[in-house]
Design a protein around this ligand. Structure first.
Ligand SMILES: NC(=O)C1=CN([C@@H]2O[C@H](COP(=O)(O)OP(=O)(O)OC[C@H]3O[C@@H](n4cnc5c(N)ncnc54)[C@H](O)[C@@H]3O)[C@@H](O)[C@H]2O)C=CC1
Ligand SMILES: NCC(=O)COP(=O)(O)O
Length: 354
């Protein structure tokens, strides 16, 4: 099946269609999504296809203290849009049961997983040009049936994408990608390869070029403390990472490093580079979340349409309290809409940093 292109499928005359998911029913996702969609400007910016169980939506509405007034449909075949109003594709994943808040469980995992599947189907049927999801919980997803490394690798399969995919984390105008993602730390070193470093640099370089940065400057971290300190604290920098950077530079990319992982973000935060490629999840995410947890965005790189979410997660500890902040989800929504309509992306990222 041919897939719509994120650069061309939205036009200035037709607002992009964005599939919106409530995330994990037991976490803060539903209340966040409700707060987001209670902002009329978001409903004016896109045609929103909310794929949800009405029981979970009602729970989110109660906690958020807001009521949406969606146009309800019961199947993808019946989807249509009313201006300024979300369309609710109503599913019965909870079988009438209220979500149990504050813990991972099979029912919530199943509802999250099924929503993800339907959203990818809507894209494959050319009924959506982007996906925004409120925070998922990976443990729930596993209980609900996910066997992939994470939701990105699941969507990669559903979209039949071959090759490298990677989470991009965005805070202000700084982007990151990673060589490895949701794998145990003990397995990271064996997954650091020249191909992996090259893929992680190339995928973010190409995304940044599409976002409007003509010549992206990309810092690559080392794996070990002080980037191996000349081989005295590990050889990956000398044997794998530096040769990969050399090869990338020979191909014309502005890849730099390997830099000490603990200091690379000092220069990056100053604006010395456009992106940092880290070797594993926490190398990049601790720095990025310290710089801007509340407005952070995760974009799923390598998929045929923009798929975005907040950098923050399911936050079981505050689920149901009505205090979840939604700035990150708002930034993710804005990014998704801009990408789906082919509008410049980078201007928005810089505005966040200002
Ligand atoms: N967008 C997504 O789908 C994301 C999902 N996750 C998933 O979330 C689950 C929990 O991850 P954790 O590492 O515990 O991080 P987390 O982000 O859920 O929580 C970390 C801390 O930040 C607070 N927090 C998070 N979001 C908040 C918000 N919107 N407003 C106010 N406070 C907030 C929480 O209360 C908690 O104290 C995991 O399964 C993880 O995979 C994590 C990040 C993003
Ligand atoms: N797929 C979204 C996701 O996993 C977000 O969390 P992170 O790995 O970017 O921290």
């Amino acid at each position: 099946m041919s897939l719509p292109s994120p650069k061309t499928s939205g036009t200035s005359s037709a607002k992009p269609r964005i599939a919106v998911l409530l995330g994990d029913p037991s976490g803060i996702g539903p209340e966040m999504a409700v707060k987001l969609l209670a902002r009329q400007r978001n409903l004016d910016a896109a045609r929103v296809l909310l794929i949800a169980d009405p029981v979970v939506l009602a729970s989110g509405e109660r906690i958020a203290g807001e009521k949406l007034n969606p146009l309800r449909v019961d199947s993808l075949d019946a989807v249509r849009f009313d201006d300024g109003r979300p369309t609710l594709l109503a599913m019965d994943w909870m079988e009438g049961r209220e979500p149990v808040l504050g813990e991972s469980n099979e029912r919530s995992g199943l509802a999250s997983f099924e929503a993800l599947e339907l959203a990818t189907l809507a894209v494959r049927r050319e009924q959506a040009e982007g996906i925004l999801f409120a925070p998922l919980n990976k443990h729930s997803l596993r209980l609900g049936g996910l066997v992939h490394e994470d939701e990105l690798r699941y969507m990669q399969e559903r979209f039949a994408v071959e090759g490298f995919v990677c989470e991009f984390n965005l805070t202000g105008s700084l982007w990151t990608s990673r060589v490895t993602s949701h794998i145990p730390l003990k397995d990271v070193a064996s997954h650091i390869t020249m191909q992996g470093v090259s893929d992680a640099v190339k995928i973010i370089a190409s995304a940044l070029r599409r976002a409007g940065v003509a010549h992206p400057r990309i810092a690559v971290t080392g794996l070990n403390p002080h980037a191996g300190d000349g081989g005295s604290i590990g050889m990956e920098e000398i044997e794998i990472i530096a040769p990969a950077i050399e090869q990338l530079r020979a191909e014309g990319l502005d890849a730099r490093g390997p830099f000490s992982p603990d200091t690379v973000f000092i220069g990056a935060r100053r604006g010395d580079v456009d992106a940092v490629v880290s070797m594993y999840h926490d190398q990049g995410q601790i720095a990025m979340k310290l710089m801007g947890f509340e407005q952070g965005v995760t974009l799923h790189g390598g998929l045929p349409v923009p798929v975005a979410t907040s950098a923050s997660g399911s936050a079981f500890d505050i689920a149901g309290k009505g205090i979840a902040k939604i700035e990150g989800l708002q930034q993710a929504f804005d990014l998704c809409v801009r990408m789906a309509s082919g509008a410049p992306v980078r201007e928005q990222a810089q505005a966040v940093a200002a």
